[in-house]
Design a protein around this ligand. Structure first.
Ligand code: ATP
Ligand code: MG
Length: 319
């Protein structure tokens, strides 16, 4: 459904410096599966999400190389017209901040209608309403009819997030890109929402790219997990493998920082240090500075992502 091939993007920093934000990314999302992307703030998760359908402003791009395919159509060289057809219809988006993605002056039904009419002009109002209600139901609204005339500020945070999901689902796209869709809501609602999204993946045979800084969240929704660090993929593999048999020192550190994933009683071990900035021009492994087992070689040259098991890949000189 989605294939990212040797993709790199260099953005322009505020003072004109080149920022290599994503470097040689290779990822695939198979039909009806969910790929989770984990990474700290600044690792390039949102840039990756936006790159897929050409949402990075042209003025901030220095260079792009590699290819991105959606359902075997290449988006990296598509025109703005072609991209507009793909956005919303073939790919649905769910963003972290529903308040910025929704129009505060439009009622819920109008917001979702707008998505429908952007792609199909001859839908009757009755048909549009039925589709809106169906999308809201699939996004977990219990009595969607009651909320059609509500403005965004009249909905709770959780409902606004569900409304965003309904907007992403309404055109029945085959792929959903969700960028931290549950980060702003409380834990219990988050679990419910993840369950509903998982149901859509299974029942509607939907493919999903689900971005989160929280491995615990990714564990409950993803079939596979990819670990992004400073624009580089450090590890990827089936969710169970990544959680139970992590191989990259960074993945191991992330899991120790979240003991509830493996052992309730252990104390969390925060990772010391911070992510290098994309303009630091590191020649070695991007994690070397914070890595407990880094040796000279790790500082000098960058390890490639290598296959170490069934669909399990890791980029580490020690593996
Ligand atoms: N339009 C832009 N122009 C220049 N640099 C950018 C632009 N957008 C993002 N960046 C830089 O790219 C890097 C990755 O940013 P990105 O927003 O993808 O991180 P993220 O992993 O989504 O972080 P967060 O978890 O905080 O959302 C950062 O260093 C950021 O400053
Ligand atoms: Mg982001």
């Amino acid at each position: 459904m989605l294939k990212i091939e040797n993709y790199s993007i260099v953005l322009k920093g505020s003072d004109g410096r080149s920022l290599p934000v994503l470097e040689n990314i290779n990822l695939e999302v198979a039909d009806g599966t969910c790929l989770g992307i984990a990474g700290e703030s600044g690792s390039g998760k949102s840039v990756m999400a936006m790159s897929i359908v050409g949402l990075i402003p042209k003025a901030s791009i220095n260079n792009i190389s590699g290819h991105i395919f959606i359902d075997s159509k290449e988006t990296t060289n598509a025109t703005e017209d072609e991209l507009n057809k793909i956005r919303g219809k073939e790919v649905g988006f769910v963003f972290q901040e529903p308040m910025t993605a929704m129009n505060p002056l439009m009622k819920l039904q109008e917001q979702i209608d707008e998505v429908i009419y952007a792609h199909e002009s001859n839908v009757t109002p009755k048909e549009a309403k039925a589709r809106v209600i169906d999308a809201l139901t699939r996004a977990g609204f219990k009595e969607p009819e009651k909320f059609l005339d509500s403005y965004p500020h009249q909905l709770s945070g959780g409902m606004r997030q569900r409304a965003m999901i309904a907007m992403a689902l309404v055109m029945k796209p085959n792929l959903i890109i969700a960028d931290e869709p549950t980060t702003a809501i409380d834990a219990e609602l988050q679990i419910q929402l993840l369950r509903e999204l998982r149901k859509q993946i299974v029942e509607q045979h939907l493919s999903m790219l689900f971005i989160s800084h929280d491995l615990g969240v990714l564990r409950s929704i993803s079939d596979e997990i990819a670990i992004l660090y400073c624009g580089n993929l450090l590890e990827k593999g089936p969710t169970k493998e990544i959680i139970n048999n992590p191989q990259h020192p960074y993945t191991c550190d992330l899991i120790s920082a979240l003991p509830r994933l493996v052992q309730e009683r252990k104390l969390p071990q925060p990772i010391i240090g911070t992510l290098p900035s994309p303009d630091e021009k590191l020649s070695g492994c991007v994690y070397a500075d914070r890595c407990k087992i880094a040796t000279n070689n790790c500082y000098n040259s960058r390890p490639e992502l290598k296959k170490i098991g069934d669909s399990h890949f890791v980029a580490c000189w020690h593996k």
